[in-house]
Design a protein around this ligand. Structure first.
Ligand code: BGC
Length: 378
């Protein structure tokens, strides 16, 4: 295994131009008669992760091409900043707020302020919970993200028994972290029960081996489990937690190991920790977001897979919803998500597993640039 650290330099070559938003004549008229007021306000969690910069680029391009006036603001990890951002966008006259919550429950206050001002609210990627002040939800199929991560580990160690399995999750303030983990556990649970894997770092999961966990019904149990394995979506936390797990375990829980890492940033941090442990001979580690740095890790064998969530598609679905709302119509939705208070009308976008075998897919689609991926073949 190479001990090579790949630069995390970010470059976005968005496929936004390939994915558009159908604008009705009504909305075009609305756009034209907007009298200079901002129509759409977008609030994203942080600039510090490539994922959200990709979303920003998608929104700017797709909403701009559709003729809507919009502004993107970042909360930088603070629910207080998130609220201030929402208030400032309301002051600028927005009709629609698109918000990816910093904290699922804390954001309820911000969307209640928006609703009180007559602004329609679209939850973007992360569901805001415990409030009725949300109108729509646009998301990737997050449960499937988890299923694909778990299944990848199962397939990678097919036919083996007693493989140490290290579990890590996203932030417990993010509803998605619950969905990703429940999705992964929906397939890993039986693989642990059958003896293929031995969980190496999470005692709290023991009562649920052989059972699935439901995001709504088992929320408290999930919160307890995630509380012991959370990376808080933070690279340093992820690395320290992985190092602590490795210090706590002897060689019997090392060797060839499987690692459920929730996203690309944490996957690279966790991979670095496992790569530095002399008793770990090899590891298979999951990810998500299709970040260029992680595609580089995949090229060098330090990360096994990622999940491509095409942000241009999600922004395009959001744009279609904005278009319907500004035209006075109800946006088309395909499913609902329960946020603890209401069933939120939602649209789900499919995801794609990327490994070394199909790494050219996001490159060929123009989503990332080959020249930015360290070690890209060819
Ligand atoms: C998103 C992931 C992202 C994570 C950390 C989640 O809600 O769905 O794509 O990696 O947050 O920002």
């Amino acid at each position: 295994m190479k001990k090579k650290i790949i630069s995390t330099a970010l470059s976005i070559t968005m496929a936004a131009s390939l994915v558009g938003c159908a604008v009705s004549p009504d909305a075009e008229e609305n756009a034209a008669t907007g009298e200079g007021e901002l129509q759409v306000g977008i609030v994203l969690p942080t600039r510090d992760e490539p994922r959200w910069i990709q979303d920003e680029a998608s929104f700017t391009s797709i909403l701009g091409d559709a003729g809507f006036t919009s502004e993107v603001l970042f909360s930088q990890g603070s629910s207080a900043t998130e609220l201030t951002n929402v208030e400032s966008l309301i002051e600028k006259g927005i009709d629609v707020l698109v918000i990816c919550a910093q904290d699922a429950t804390a954001a309820a206050q911000a969307v209640e302020v928006a609703h009180a001002a007559g602004v329609q609210v679209i939850c973007y990627d992360r569901l805001i919970t415990d409030t009725d002040a949300v109108d729509y939800y646009v998301t990737f199929n997050s449960f499937d993200v988890g299923v694909q991560q778990g299944q990848y580990l199962i397939d990678a160690y097919a036919g083996q028994t007693g493989v140490p399995l290290y579990l890590y999750s996203g932030a417990t303030t993010d509803n998605n972290a619950f969905i990703f983990f429940a999705g992964a556990w929906s397939v890993l649970s039986d693989a642990v029960a059958s003896g293929q894997f031995t969980v190496a770092n999470c005692d709290a999961i023991a009562p649920y081996i052989g059972q699935t966990l439901d995001v709504t019904a088992d929320h408290e149990a999930l919160a307890d489990i995630l509380g012991t394995i959370t990376t808080n979506w933070d690279f340093n936390t992820a690395k320290s937690l992985a190092e602590a797990n490795l210090v706590a375990n002897d060689a019997s829980l090392k060797g060839d190991v499987a690692i459920l890492a929730p996203n690309d940033g944490t996957a690279r941090a966790i991979a670095d920790a496992f790569n530095a442990d002399a008793d770990v001979s090899s590891f298979v580690v999951t990810g998500q977001d299709c970040e260029t740095a992680s595609l580089g890790y995949i090229c060098s064998g330090l990360q096994s897979m990622t999940i491509w969530k095409n942000t241009a598609e999600l922004a395009s679905t959001t744009c279609d919803m904005v278009n319907a709302i500004l035209s006075g119509n109800a946006p088309a939705t395909s499913t609902t998500y329960n946020n603890g208070v209401i069933e939120v009308p939602s649209n789900e976008t499919a995801v794609t597993v990327i490994t070394i075998d199909n790494i050219s897919e996001p490159v060929d689609a123009g989503y990332v640039s080959a020249s930015d991926i360290e070690g890209y073949p060819g």
